[in-house]
Design a protein around this ligand. Structure first.
Ligand code: AQP
Length: 335
């Protein structure tokens, strides 16, 4: 079976972008692949965060994975910091990664701009930690949203550089080059307040996104307030109305209808008619997930059990990779 790895940062409530860009695709493909899904808490500390909340948000994120339909019996669900090989491989890869590869990263440039003088080394190094996450498990496929494509390409470049530099003749290659898996629809959901910027956990306004744990009243309020116009006729491809495309895509994904069906249904609508339909579709799609989530989040013992088992299984694969990498890099092996 091909291997899959992906993760989300515990930096706040997960939103529809994280769900349709990543988690839902993990759920749909988890039985086809050998799957590793981690809560990437070490990535979460690359931006200012509240230490008191990290553990709580980590549990919440894991509970949402399970509530969304990740099957902990077949997929390995774990917390990144519980498998110390992530940090160890990051250091090893740091030492073969040119600085200028990282200086090109769009996400770094965007996030660093917000940080000004205080931007940390960790944020700069984020893509190498992500490369380590992926390469540790000899991952074939990484299901992510569009914004992460550049980071996966970097992970491929790092793997190739390692293989060429230290293990030119090794077959199979010591580090496997991963491929991104990016869905056609939902790979880049946009803010509800600005159809040109990405829906994001860290955006200041909570009204820019629908969180997976928003209650129906709040969802209704957010959709009522989201940026729209009063023109009649809703289409996917009007470049002057990016909000329309975004909301139609969310409607399409929540109802499971095809794009063609949505085009036919909404062609003559205005937002006044469409918004209540969209609100209902989101509430209906999220309701079973929220019901399971509300039960799971109270059951810390069960979450601990899942995460402990997941980490033990992940560690086995990760340790073997690190040991191989260190061997090729010339380290002495401890007795
Ligand atoms: N708007 C989006 N549309 C589709 N997919 C998205 N993803 C994020 N935003 C969208 C995908 O969700 C996964 C996890 O993201 P992450 O938490 O690791 O970091 P991120 O990409 O930086 O997401 P956020 O929500 O914008 O977080 P903050 O604001 O904390 O940086 C990834 O697969 C990502 O592609």
């Amino acid at each position: 079976k091909l291997r899959v790895l992906s993760g989300v940062q515990p930096t706040g409530s997960l939103h529809l972008g994280n769900y349709f860009g990543a988690i839902r695709n993990w759920v749909l493909t988890q039985h086809q692949y050998e799957s590793f899904f981690c809560v990437v808490d070490m990535h979460a500390i690359t931006m200012p965060y509240k230490a008191k909340e990290l553990s709580e948000v980590t549990y919440k994120t894991a509970a949402l994975y399970l509530a969304a339909g990740i099957d902990a019996n077949t997929s390995k669900v774990f917390v990144q910091s519980h498998v110390k090989e992530h940090a160890e491989l990051t250091w090893l890869l740091n030492c073969i990664t040119p600085m200028n590869w990282l200086e090109r990263m769009i996400q770094y440039k965007e996030k660093a701009r917000k940080q000004g003088e205080n931007v940390g080394v960790g944020l700069f190094d984020y893509p190498v930690l992500m490369a380590a996450d992926v390469l540790l498990y000899q991952t074939d496929v990484v299901p992510v949203g569009e914004d992460q494509k550049q980071h996966i390409e970097l992970a491929r470049d790092i793997a190739r550089r390692f293989n060429d530099q230290f293990a030119k003749r090794a077959r199979p290659r010591v580090l496997r080059e991963p491929n991104p898996l990016i869905q056609k629809d939902g790979a880049r959901l946009m803010s509800l307040e600005d159809g040109t910027s990405k829906m994001s956990k860290s955006a200041e306004s909570d009204f820019s996104r629908i969180n997976l744990d928003d209650d129906p009243k709040l969802i209704e309020k957010k959709i009522k307030r989201c940026k729209t116009d009063s023109l009649k006729g809703l289409t996917y491809d009007d470049p002057n109305r990016p909000e329309v495309r975004n909301l139609l895509t969310i409607y399409q994904l929540c109802t499971g209808k095809s794009k063609e069906e949505v085009i036919a249904e909404c062609a003559d609508m205005n937002f006044g008619t469409f918004k209540p339909l969209l609100t209902d579709a989101i509430i209906e799609h999220l309701s079973p997930i929220q019901k399971t989530y509300n039960e799971l989040i109270l059951d810390r013992a069960y979450l601990d059990e899942v995460l402990t088992k997941g980490a033990a299984e992940a560690r086995e694969v990760a340790a073997a990779t690190v040991s191989e990498v260190k061997k090729y890099m010339g380290f002495t092996q401890p007795l």
